[in-house]
Design a binder for this molecule. Structure first.
Ligand SMILES: *[C@@H]1O[C@H](CO)[C@@H](O)[C@H](O)[C@H]1NC(C)=O
Ligand SMILES: *[C@@H]1O[C@H](CO)[C@@H](O)[C@H](O)[C@H]1NC(C)=O
Length: 317
């Protein structure tokens, strides 16, 4: 019976638990620490099941969570200065508007300029995520993985770039900052035409200004080497207007560490012997709770995966 407590059995169990968590998808929690109301927008990519909302109001201090299935990909952003008519529900936003004329964006994308948090959730493997300023900037936003294994760095932009935005990129209200591509439309800034490859599209003075203010964010189309992050089996917290004092760790302000290669930095299977926590359990159970009224295909798969994971785990335990 010694083997029950042997490190290899423990290791295999931890690997199984992490894979089980990965198969259950990811929980996204959106938090508003801005001293103003933000109306987050959510766009699921083609082929991904939409989340519970595509747009909603989030007052100062508010938060809301969403469960995303495995393989989900899409983006989150913040709309500011919105007014929606109490009777008709119709309205628009000053920045990040999605042209739906409603509080829900219903499959419509953010109009630039808008800070974007982009995700691809793995299916037992790595998640990919980044914060992009390629379509400009409208508010500070960071993404922090919670749990999970691999490099799992937080990314985003703590700085209020609107304060530093050069006049030629500033939108009239001064509440957002255009990308050079949007402001000037030239192939050089848009990485199009002759500039359509990583070799020919170089950082511009403008993208460098974005990069200096937000070192971990995507500042132009081919900026991926330092800007895409990976983590396996994590949940994610997306915070608008994180304040410096509220950061969980100082590493958010340091330059990107070992990810500067653009290659995937997670360990082979994406599973490490350390850094595994048990926070997967509640969301794992939430994911299979019968409170989900409509049982879609992925939820059905999730239940099957959960049962096989538990079975495998019990064999090894
Ligand atoms: C996720 O995508 C992969 C590759 O396309 C596929 O093999 C897998 O079945 C998908 N998982 C779920 C739960 O949809
Ligand atoms: C990038 O990764 C490759 C192997 O994946 C390695 O040979 C190279 O030295 C790395 N470059 C840097 C700058 O870390």
């Amino acid at each position: 019976m010694d083997h029950i407590f042997s490190s290899s059995a423990l290791h295999i169990t931890l690997i199984l638990l992490t894979i089980c968590k990965g198969i259950s998808g990811a929980t996204f929690t959106v938090i508003n620490r801005c001293d103003y109301t933000v109306w987050p927008g959510i766009l699921s990519n083609a082929g991904s099941t939409p989340l519970d909302s595509t747009g909603f109001e989030l007052p100062h201090g508010g938060s809301r969570s969403f469960q995303a299935p495995p393989n989900w990909s899409g983006r989150f952003w913040g709309r500011t200065g919105c007014t929606f008519d109490l009777n008709t529900g119709q309205g628009t936003c000053l920045t990040g508007d999605c042209s739906s004329n409603q509080i829900e964006c219903s499959g419509k994308n953010a109009n630039p300029p808008a800070t974007l948090a982009e995700f691809t959730v793995g299916s037992g493997g790595q998640d990919f995520y980044d914060v992009s300023l390629v379509d400009g900037y409208n508010l500070p936003m960071i993404v922090e993985p919670n749990g999970g294994s691999g490099s799992c760095l937080s990314t985003g932009c703590i700085t209020d770039l609107n304060q530093q935005c050069p006049a030629e990129l500033r939108v009239e209200s001064g509440q957002a900052c255009k990308s050079a591509c949007e402001a000037f439309g030239s192939p050089e800034y848009c990485c199009s035409g002759a500039y359509g490859t990583p070799d020919t599209c170089k950082p511009s003075v403008y993208s460098q200004m974005f990069k200096a203010a937000c070192p971990r964010s995507y500042s132009y189309a081919y900026d991926d080497a330092t800007s895409t992050f990976t983590c396996t089996g994590a949940d994610y917290v997306i915070t608008f207007c994180p304040s410096l004092s509220s950061q969980k760790s100082a590493r958010d302000t340091s330059p990107p560490a070992s990810t500067a290669n653009g290659s995937e930095t997670g360990t082979g299977s994406g599973v490490g012997p350390i850094g595994i926590d048990t926070s997967w359990l509640p969301s794992f159970l939430t994911g299979i709770s019968p409170s989900a009224v409509s049982c879609s295909a992925w939820q059905f798969n999730l239940i099957l995966s959960a049962i096989s994971c538990l079975f495998l785990s019990s064999v090894y335990l």
